[in-house]
Ligand binder design. Structure first.
Ligand code: AMP
Ligand code: MG
Length: 417
């Protein structure tokens, strides 16, 4: 698949749209964007964290043949003739994992079998060795409850020719076991989405640098966030609030990446050079999303590359990256539309919430498993992001939260971070 381009006006809102509810903003992003990455093939060993470009089809059944789930004795269920116990002569030899018995167990005989061994011809059931008594050349079997007991059927986990994992799935460590178990050694994945990060603002200085200024907190955070999503994060540096420098950085980005996250300068003020520049020379749609924290999210196109103009404030930038940029980028990457898995848990706090916008509070679970929120909602308190283990999402409408009321907790892990 070759790289596809997005339409320049893909982010345009219909006329008259003012404050956009979060769900509507997400629905619009979903409709506007599509996969832009090409296919590539990688060996299993380097497939973790990648997105499947095509489904994984089982090359053979798993397990490939019926095998024993326990150490014990294999026999034919019919040999019991419905009795609760039976004394069967032992056939010579045994069956072990990787060393099958080979022949056919004669009717009315039992055979020593070990876990993982193929159930030999002539038998269909295994009895646990603890439920047997061996004396001489015979074994006394306490009948298991049903035919096929203590065996794993061929193909019970996967059937050859069927889908073992779907396209769009981000490959987790446990998926490698799934892929390996069905005999697949190389998988078709989506090329990594390349995403640039640009910080803007005259006040910004490099973390650790001497001098007055605000340390650029967004760039290291967002670069690491993107890497955690499995994207190729590209550092586009810092640009002061000057059109030509922002332009040069966006140009550099457009040559190299599939999408760009900028922070700062995305509102409509005089010093908001990202939105100014996109308005003058690119294409911009400023979405006023009814969300807290987060000011207008600027969505633009620069030479065919989508720009997500996130707020400068690091708390707002992080929340907007999780809630809006992540699903949009995942869609572009080939993962389809992803939604974080939240859980409803009792609140450990009180809050009277006004209607009109959705709120995301920095939250974590207290020892009783209730949702507690950070001491202040001040979006300047970056430390609250480290205190928290997730976000508490309060719905768009008015709400009076009292202790014990179920609220939605979205662990950071649900955003892949
Ligand atoms: P802006 O969106 O440019 O108006 O910035 C909003 C606030 O976020 C201002 O107080 C900025 O100083 C601050 N800010 C912007 N970018 C960053 C950054 N990269 N790191 C830390 N703070 C920032
Ligand atoms: Mg600024």
């Amino acid at each position: 698949m070759t790289r596809k381009r997005l339409r320049d006006d893909c982010f345009a809102l219909p006329p008259g749209v003012d404050w956009t509810p979060v769900d509507e903003a997400l629905a619009r992003l979903r409709a506007a964007l599509s996969r832009v990455t090409a296919d590539e093939e990688v060996p299993l060993a380097s497939a973790a964290g990648r997105i499947l470009a095509r489904p994984v089809i089982a090359k053979r059944d798993n397990p490939p043949a019926a095998n024993a789930a326990v150490d014990g004795y294999a026999f034919a269920w019919d040999a019991l003739c419905g009795a609760d116990e039976a004394r069967l002569p032992l056939a010579e030899g045994r069956a072990a994992a990787g060393r099958p018995f080979g022949g056919t167990v004669p009717a009315g005989y039992a055979l020593r079998i070990l876990t993982g061994a193929e159930v030999p011809a002539g038998t269909d059931t295994v009895v646990l060795q603890e439920d047997c008594e061996v004396s001489g050349n015979e074994v006394l079997i306490a009948a298991p409850r049903k035919r096929g007991a203590n065996t794993r059927a061929a193909g019970e986990d996967a059937v050859a020719g069927t889908e073992a994992l779907p396209a769009g799935r981000r490959i987790a460590p446990q998926d490698l076991a799934r892929i390996a178990s069905v005999g697949v050694g190389r998988v078709a994945v989506c090329a990594r989405l390349r995403v640039g990060v640009l910080s803007t603002g005259d006040e910004l200085i490099e973390p650790g640098a001497e001098g007055a200024g605000i340390f650029d907190a967004n760039r290291p955070m967002l670069l690491a966030f993107l890497a955690a999503q499995g994207f190729e994060a590209v550092d586009l540096g810092r640009a002061p609030d000057r059109a030509e420098e922002v332009r040069a950085a966006l140009d550099r980005g457009a040559d190299e990446v599939d999408a760009i996250l900028t922070t700062g300068g995305a509102s409509d003020g005089d010093e908001d050079h990202v939105s100014k520049l996109l308005r003058a020379e690119g294409r911009i749609e400023t979405w006023r999303i009814a969300v807290k924290p987060g000011r207008p999210l600027a969505l633009g196109m620069w030479r065919g590359v989508p720009i997500f103009g996130l707020p400068g404030n690091p708390v707002a930038a992080f929340v907007c990256a999780l809630v809006f940029a992540r699903p949009a980028l995942m869609l572009m990457a080939g993962a389809g539309w992803v939604e974080p898995e939240g859980v409803m848990l009792p609140a450990a706090f009180e809050k009277r919430k006004k209607p009109g916008r959705r709120e995301y509070l920095r939250a974590r679970l207290d020892p009783e498993g209730r949702v507690e929120v950070f001491r202040s909602e001040g979006s300047g308190l970056i430390g609250g992001l480290s205190w928290a283990t997730g976000l508490c999402e309060l719905p768009d409408g008015a709400l009076e939260v009292v202790p014990g009321l179920p609220v939605r907790f979205l662990p950071f892990a649900a955003f892949g971070t």
